[in-house]
Each structure stands twice: as structure tokens, then as C-alpha cells.
Design a protein around this ligand. Structure first.
Ligand code: FVT
Ligand code: MG
Length: 353
């Protein structure tokens, strides 16, 4: 006799209730709310989870010693001297955040038209990479590749006659990537949106024997108003002339994002990124579904600032909004999120056990 699983039909509807019909009960067989009736039940059917493994923590660097500077448009985020960045690396280790991303505030006296400080093997980023990797070799360090923290005009590339030069910029970006990789960074993340930079950087790394250095391409990076506070943080807000729409993507497009991502993968990107985050979750989903690559999203400074400002005004429950916004990236298919909330979110996740 075949084994029958499940209860006989006549037993199914025997509830633990009184047996009496509920007045005004709707004739519903399916009641989705049953699976939400208690925390244990909600946990059991939960489809997506956020863990500390999903977080990449961006840090801002500044010259000096034992220095921490607040950033007015990013409450709770500071610029850190290298020694303080090492302390945050220790905090990240304890919080089991797998990776840090480094962004420098370059002293204005070191900024020039060509962004030459970007290729100085002893610049702030390289110093921080060496210091962090020396004390905490087990934490991942990601370095951004683009010229905007280093140029007097605040653009990511070289300019001639008001135009951003693609191929000339790529040559400089390769040199920037090499000094960072030689300092010991684990992931090179080109954020400049020049065409062909991933292939050129991969070739440069491979020719130098840096075969294990990964590339996370800012593959679909949009020209966005949400980067405002970041430009305050790295000091390029005041100096930026014009906008970045000839190289960053038009926010109206998603097919184009797929073509950009496809190119970067074909050029050797190990991981791809969509940026900004929350306003572009549709792009994250399409990229993940199309390429099944490790896919990251950047919850950028403006997204952080909106939540932080509303929370500081008492208009939002900041902690809940933070966790909900981060989980949204997982739901959209992201494998991880670069977020200024990383340490706070990790603390909360660890407190929850
Ligand atoms: N290349 C890194 C960024 O541009 C970050 C933008 C932001 O957080 O607003
Ligand atoms: Mg591209």
C-alpha cells in the first residue's frame, strides 16, 4: 500500500478553537496572514536575510595623526587619519565585516589638473592600505580607482578643451590601480566609467604579477544627485566644474546598464556594482538575473544622509529604516552593499545574534 502523507481531508480544518463559527468570517481558504502570526513563524518563512558578510564599509581618510573630522552632510561619518582608520579596521574585524573601502580627502595643495597624487605610491590611500594590511591582513581592502579626489577640477578623468579624455585617462588609471595594488589592496574598484578601463587595469595587474587582485567594476554608475555629501567628504564639491553626464550613465536607462555590465565582465571584472543603490534596485535585479555574477550595490552618501537627517529630526526610526534599506538590496538580488551604515548595521546584527 502506498504511504500517504498528510492528514485525511476530514481532519484538516479541525482547529484548536471553540469549534464555533466566527461571526462575520469570510469564506477564505487561503489566509496569508497565518504565516505572519508570530515572530518564529515569520522567521521560518523569511526569504532574504542580511548578515555582516553582506557589508562593505567605506572609510574617508585625511592626513594627520589621531585626527577625526565630522562631515556636516553625513552625520555620524568622519574623516579619519590613517591611525584612526586602522582602529576602525579593528572594529570591522570584531564586527566580522569582510571588507573596507578607502576614499581620501586630498589636501587642496596636492590637487592638480592631472590628478598626479593618484599615482603617488605614498599617497594617503596607499599609506592606509599598508597600515591596515600590516595589522589586520585578514580583512579585505578595496581601493577606488578614479581621479576625482585628486584633480583640481573634481572630474574623474583628464580634461582637454572642456572634454574628458577617455584613453589618456585610462592610462593614468592603470598606474593608479598599480600603486594601490602594490601597496597591498585586495580589490581594485574602478569608479571612473571610462570605456575600456577594466581590460587595461586587468592587463596591468597581470603583467605585474598581481594575478590575485580582484576587480570590482563600478559597471553601472549613474550621474546622480545622490553623490552630493560624498563630494563634501572628499572635498570636491566646491571645485567640481560642470557635471559628469558625459561619462556616468543617464538615470533613464537600464538596457544600457546591461551592456555596460556585459562589457566589464568580458574585460575581466570579477564582481560588478550598481550605483547609487536604492533608486536603482531595478537595475540590480536585472543585472543579477542576467549575468549571475557577484553583484554589489552602493548605498551612496545621499541615501545615507536622507535617512540620517530624517532620523535626527525624529521623522523616521533611523535604525529600522537603516535595516530595511539594507535588506532591500538583498531582496533585489545583491550579494553585498557598500554602505556608510555598515558598522551600525553590523552592531545591530551581532546584538540580534
Ligand atoms: N566612487 C565612490 C563614490 O562616488 C561614492 C559616492 C557616494 O557615496 O555618494
Ligand atoms: Mg563601462
Amino acid at each position: 500500500m502506498a504511504i500517504k502523507y498528510g492528514r485525511p481531508i476530514e481532519l484538516r480544518e479541525v482547529a484548536r478553537g471553540t469549534g464555533a463559527a466566527v461571526p462575520h468570517a469570510l469564506d477564505l481558504t487561503v489566509r496569508p496572514r497565518r504565516n505572519r502570526k508570530a515572530e518564529w513563524a515569520r522567521r521560518m518563512v523569511r526569504e532574504n536575510v542580511l548578515t555582516t558578510d553582506d557589508l562593505i564599509w567605506p572609510l574617508f581618510l585625511i592626513d594627520g595623526n589621531n585626527k577625526r573630522e565630522t562631515i556636516a552632510s553625513m552625520p555620524g561619518v568622519e574623516r579619519l587619519s590613517v591611525d584612526q582608520a586602522v582602529r576602525e579596521a579593528e572594529r570591522a574585524m570584531k564586527l566580522t565585516i569582510p571588507c573596507l573601502a578607502l576614499f581620501p580627502y586630498t589636501d587642496p595643495s596636492l590637487r592638480d589638473e592631472e590628478g598626479s597624487e593618484a599615482t603617488n605610491p605614498n599617497n594617503l590611500v596607499c599609506q592606509a592600505v599598508r597600515a591596515i594590511k600590516k595589522e589586520f591582513p585578514e580583512i579585505g581592502v578595496l581601493c577606488d580607482v578614479a581621479l576625482d579626489p585628486f584633480t583640481s577640477h573634481g572630474h574623474d578623468g583628464l580634461i582637454s578643451d572642456g572634454k574628458i579624455l577617455n584613453d589618456e585617462t585610462v592610462a593614468v588609471l592603470v598606474r593608479q590601480a598599480l600603486v594601490q595594488a602594490e601597496a597591498g589592496c585586495d580589490i581594485i574598484a574602478p569608479s571612473d566609467m571610462m570605456d575600456g578601463r577594466v581590460a587595461a587595469i586587468r592587463e596591468g595587474l597581470d603583467n605585474t604579477g598581481l594575478l590575485d587582485v580582484q576587480i570590482m567594476a563600478y559597471a553601472a554608475k549613474y550621474a546622480s544627485a545622490f553623490y552630493g555629501p560624498f563630494r563634501d567628504a572628499i572635498g570636491s564639491a566646491k571645485t567640481l566644474t560642470g557635471d559628469k553626464r558625459t561619462y556616468q550613465m543617464d538615470s533613464a536607462n537600464t538596457d544600457e546598464a546591461l551592456r555596460e555590465v556585459e562589457l566589464d565582465i568580458s574585460e575581466g571584472a570579477d564582481m560588478v556594482m550598481v550605483k547609487p543603490g536604492m533608486p536603482y534596485l531595478d537595475v540590480v535585479r536585472r543585472v543579477k538575473d542576467t549575468f549571475a555574477m557577484p553583484t554589489f550595490a552602493y548605498q551612496v552618501s545621499g541615501e545615507y544622509a536622507m535617512i540620517a537627517a530624517a532620523a535626527n529630526n525624529g521623522w523616521l526610526d533611523g535604525e529600522r529604516a537603516m535595516m530595511e534599506s539594507l535588506l532591500a538590496f538583498k531582496r533585489a538580488g545583491a550579494d553585498g552593499v557598500l554602505s556608510y551604515f555598515a558598522p551600525k548595521a553590523a552592531e545591530k546584527l551581532r546584538a540580534q545574534g
